[in-house]
Ligand binder design. Structure first.
Ligand code: DMJ
Length: 642
């Protein structure tokens, strides 16, 4: 019954706290502060006001800086970002799989990578052998699946200039628009030829950017290697540029020959290599252009090579110092290689014809005369070495159509053609040798019966065949075209098929340097490749033979085979920054293991023969008017004087 005052108390307190606690409290504090302020003396109040004023001035910059920081977050360091309020518009968009990051986003991501464990960071860069410059370049180009941490060799073949689209692992898709664009049909010869021009330009770009005036491009390290120090690639490529119609590139190279090339140098050069590449290249360029600059240079190098023939036997030494005029055999032997001393004749004979100075032709004819008479041949097949002191074959009993003997056979036929088919002894030696091949070296593989040319060592047959032997189908076909037995052409076709199989049966579609054929019944594959033989040096022999076979048969399958080979060179050996590289392993399409070297014959021969193979203009270096030296430099067949 006396509950009212209690009720009031409760009511006042409850209402005061429940409905307006904060405001009431604030009001209360305000009133209390004011009471205290009024209790201070005038002096105390003045001091407090002055102190507050000074503090306000001192804290002003920090406050403004802080406020600025809230709006300019994108200019701050990565670490500070973590401490700052997130302002949504300055954060990068998350990068989606397969999408190329914008440059700004890339830098943001790089910063965030640094925060991760260093081991992971390194692994990301090293996976797929990122120490290869090619791979690094792809990573830098943003072409690879960086998000996945996978960087594979395939990326090296993406030609950024062509704007081709890479697949996830960097391979050019079979059906990608870019691939279709330059995928020729038989009806569109133009595209086939353009593809070779493009390949040449790409190779030339690398040479020009990183190796100009030097012997060979090292496309991965973006540098060069010197062999003779004579601009070997540039000279080897001169007539290719002319034939491919690359005038601008040719003019630049011509200027270098006119202003920079000198043979007055204290360097040792290999007689054979400098004859077929330099003398041959200069002579053919002279013939194609009529420009006497090249003839003058040819005379200069030709005369400087002559000391090589000053030997007791007149069989030349392998090396000449073109500055000093001295010559010598290799340090470890007084032997020369048979193929080397018998594959310089086309060039020196032509030099004599042009200069009307007989000493060049006389020197190389003497070599042929001696080799013709020598004991130690087997049914026209020659051993691999010849002694420069006594002029006899050495290391006898080994017979091959591959390294060290190959172009002996080629030059027997080609000298006969060059001289107007009059030098019967050359022809006889050639015909006898081909019979010797058939009798001693020709076999068929199992299970598919591929015809191949093996080797003989002291009576023992070895089913080993160098890629170098693939010059033979072309040479046999050339002989048949010039009237030699029709069965030479049949053999040429069979061997051509075998050389093609040496490409298609490899995982990269590129041939190894050496293959071994199976001959045992029941073997399930025709071709084996030893680990040490799996490299491909961008060699020309197979496309060279395809060119001859197509010229003489008009069978388009040879062009198609050549096209496949060019595509695989593009796929596995093309380096994005320019140039092509030889590779170590034709059996590993994921990592063919680049060697970092573009041999001069890739421009001098391989691309030239591909272009001629794809051309249906059979007057473009007519095989009735020209004969190619062993480095693909066309020299004229001599006009008949009879
Ligand atoms: C070239 O220098 C020549 O074709 C030579 O006859 C053999 N070796 C290379 C190409 O493979």
């Amino acid at each position: 019954m006396h509950s009212q005052p209690r009720q009031d108390y409760i009511s006042i307190n409850f209402a005061g706290q429940g409905s307006g606690n904060y405001n009431n409290g604030k009001q209360w504090r305000r009133q209390s502060c004011w009471r205290k302020w009024k209790q201070l003396s005038r002096l105390q109040r003045s001091l407090i006001l002055v102190l507050l004023f000074i503090c306000g001035i001192a804290s002003y910059p920090a406050v403004t800086e802080h406020l600025r920081g809230l709006t300019d977050g994108d200019q701050d360091t990565d670490a500070n970002n973590y401490l700052r309020p997130v302002i949504p518009h300055v954060l990068p968009e998350p990068v989606k799989q397969g999408q190329l990051p914008l440059p700004e986003q890339t830098s943001q991501r790089k910063l965030s990578n640094k925060r991760g464990p260093p081991v992971l960071h390194n692994r990301l860069q090293k996976k797929g052998n990122a120490s290869d410059p090619v791979v690094e370049e792809n990573a830098a180009n943003g072409k690879k699946g960086e998000e996945e941490g996978v960087i594979s060799w395939h990326g090296a073949v993406i030609d950024t200039e062509q704007g081709t689209e890479g697949t996830k692992d960097g391979e050019i898709k079979e059906d990608s628009p870019a691939n279709q664009k330059d995928k020729p049909t038989n009806e569109s010869e133009g595209n086939w030829l353009e593809a070779v021009q493009q390949a040449f330009r790409h190779a030339w770009k690398g040479y020009k950017d990183f190796a100009w005036g030097h012997d060979e491009l090292r496309p991965l390290s973006k540098s060069y290697s010197e062999w003779f120090g004579l601009g070997l690639t540039l000279i080897d490529a001169l007539d290719t540029m002319w034939i491919l119609g690359l005038k601008e590139e040719f003019e630049e190279a011509r200027t270098w020959v006119a202003t920079e090339l000198t043979f007055n140098k204290n360097v040792d050069v290999n007689l054979f290599e400098s004859t077929i590449r330099i003398l041959g290249g200069l002579l053919s360029t002279y013939h194609l252009t009529g420009d006497t600059l090249f003839l003058d240079k040819a005379k200069d190098i030709g005369s400087r090579l002559m000391p090589a023939f000053n030997t007791p036997s007149k069989i030349p030494y392998s090396d000449v110092n073109i500055g000093k005029g001295t010559a010598h055999p290799p340090r470890w032997t007084s032997d020369s290689t048979v193929a080397e001393v018998t594959s310089i004749q086309l060039e020196f004979r032509e030099l004599s014809r042009l200069t009307e100075e007989p000493q060049y032709q006389a020197a190389v004819a003497e070599v042929m005369k001696q080799v013709h008479k020598l004991d130690g041949k087997l049914d026209g097949l020659v051993p691999m070495f010849i002694n420069t002191n006594n002029g006899q074959f050495t290391h006898q009993g080994i017979y091959t159509l591959g390294a060290r003997a190959d172009s002996y056979y080629e030059y027997l036929l080609k000298q006969w053609i060059q001289g107007g088919k009059k030098e019967i002894q050359l022809l006889e030696d050639y015909l006898q040798a081909i019979e010797g091949v058939k009798k001693n070296l020709l076999q068929k593989s199992s299970p598919n019966g591929l015809t191949f040319v093996g080797e003989l060592s002291h009576g023992q047959f070895s089913p080993k065949m160098d890629h170098l032997v693939c010059f033979l189908p072309g040479t046999l076909a050339l002989g048949a075209h010039h009237g030699l037995p029709a069965d030479h052409m049949e053999l040429a076709k069979q061997l051509m098929e075998t050389c093609y199989q040496m490409y298609v049966q490899m995982e990269t579609g590129l041939s190894p340097e050496i293959v071994h054929f199976n001959m045992h019944q029941g073997s399930n594959r025709d071709i084996d490749v030893k680990l040490a033989d799996r490299h491909n040096l961008l060699r020309p022999e197979t496309v060279e033979s395809l060119f001859y076979l197509y010229r003489f048969t008009k069978d388009h399958k040879y062009q198609e085979w050549g096209w496949e080979i060019l595509r695989n060179f593009n796929k596995y050996t093309k380096v994005p920054s320019g140039g092509y590289t030889s590779i170590n392993n034709v059996r590993d399409p994921d990592y063919p293991s680049p060697r970092d070297k573009m041999e001069s014959f890739f421009l001098g021969e391989t691309l030239k023969y591909l272009y001629l193979l794809f051309s249906d203009d059979h007057n473009l270096i007519s095989l009735d008017q020209y004969v190619f030296n062993t480095e693909a430099h066309p020299l004229p067949i001599w006009p008949s004087t009879a």
